[in-house]
Write a protein that binds this ligand. Structure first.
Ligand SMILES: NC(=O)c1ccc[n+]([C@@H]2O[C@H](COP(=O)([O-])OP(=O)(O)OC[C@H]3O[C@@H](n4cnc5c(N)ncnc54)[C@H](O)[C@@H]3O)[C@@H](O)[C@H]2O)c1
Length: 253
């Protein structure tokens, strides 16, 4: 028996990084996966690697129409939705004086509007059957500020409190739907690799990041995927409205 045997999980941002690693792990533990992403090529490759009943849908998470369609396609194919992982997101560096209003709006659309839409339409599907688990990727940047992360901090802080509001609403309605946020620090995914590679001295940039982490190294995607697996499974029925920190000790200081 897998830890999420027979469950249906919809994972956004599943073509890369934490979404992809979660899709692999949940599939290995028995779930049927609907992978979604704007990156069609890598999304299709990921779905065929995972195999089984899993399939890919091209999906821009900022579009309400596409969310409605993705949830409808999931229900048509599998008849239920048990787990929603909102992993699609983008990183952006910029302080308050040098972030354009366009960048601000884009980051909030991709990182926060997406989670609002996912929760709104995810709940609609989950409440028809046996309830479910919604897992929203925030960040340590949703817990602590950085001088050059104005838009990212704001979007990820929004994901943290939106998740609590959703958790409390579902509890009050008796829907049996849990909602939690996950807060990683620096995890070695393409998002962080690109940030390191873009630095004038990538080796120095990587070691600067490592030095910020009390544990002395960057995290691995599988270390976050295992938290997502726990939240997706029936091992966490009393866990809702929580913020799960996976940060190598950075916020313990
Ligand atoms: N990697 C880290 O260190 C880290 C730390 C904290 C939080 N996070 C958060 O975890 C989540 C996953 O990050 P990752 O490191 O796996 O990044 P990643 O760049 O490897 O993957 C993000 C995925 O989101 C997709 N995406 C971007 N915009 C989209 C859109 N509009 N619609 C649909 N898909 C879209 C991309 O195509 C990509 O496949 C993000 O929300 C990120 O902010 C990551």
């Amino acid at each position: 028996m897998g830890r999420v045997d027979g469950k249906v999980a919809l994972i956004t941002g599943a073509a890369s990084g934490l979404g992809l690693e979660s899709a692999r792990l949940l599939a290995k533990e028995g779930a049927k996966i609907v992978l979604t992403d704007i990156n069609e090529k890598d999304g299709e490759t990921a779905a065929s690697e995972i195999g089984g009943d899993s399939f890919f849908i091209k999906h821009d998470v900022t579009s309400e129409e596409q969310w409605i369609s993705v949830i409808d396609q999931t229900m048509e194919r599998f008849g239920t939705l048990d787990v929603l992982v909102n992993s699609a997101g983008m990183g952006v560096i910029g302080d308050i004086e040098h972030t354009s209003f366009d960048d601000w709006k884009k980051v909030h659309a991709v990182n926060l509007d997406s989670v609002f839409l996912g929760c709104k339409y995810g709940i609609k599907a989950m409440k028809k059957e046996n309830g479910g688990s919604i897992i929203n990727l925030s960040s340590v940047s949703g817990l602590i500020g950085g001088y050059n992360m104005a838009a990212y901090n704001s979007s990820k802080g929004g994901v943290r409190l939106l998740s609590k509001s959703v958790a409390l609403y579902c509890a009050r309605k008796g829907y049996n739907i849990r909602c939690n946020s996950v807060h990683p620090s620096f995890i070695l995914t393409p998002m962080v690799e690109q940030m390191i590679d873009a630095a004038p001295d990538p080796v120095k940039a990587k070691s600067t990041l490592e030095r910020q982490l009390p544990i002395g190294r960057l995290g691995q995607p599988t270390e976050v995927a295992h938290m997502i697996l726990y939240l997706a499974s029936d091992e966490s029925p009393f866990v809702t409205g929580s913020e799960m920190v996976i940060d190598g000790g950075i916020t313990a200081q």
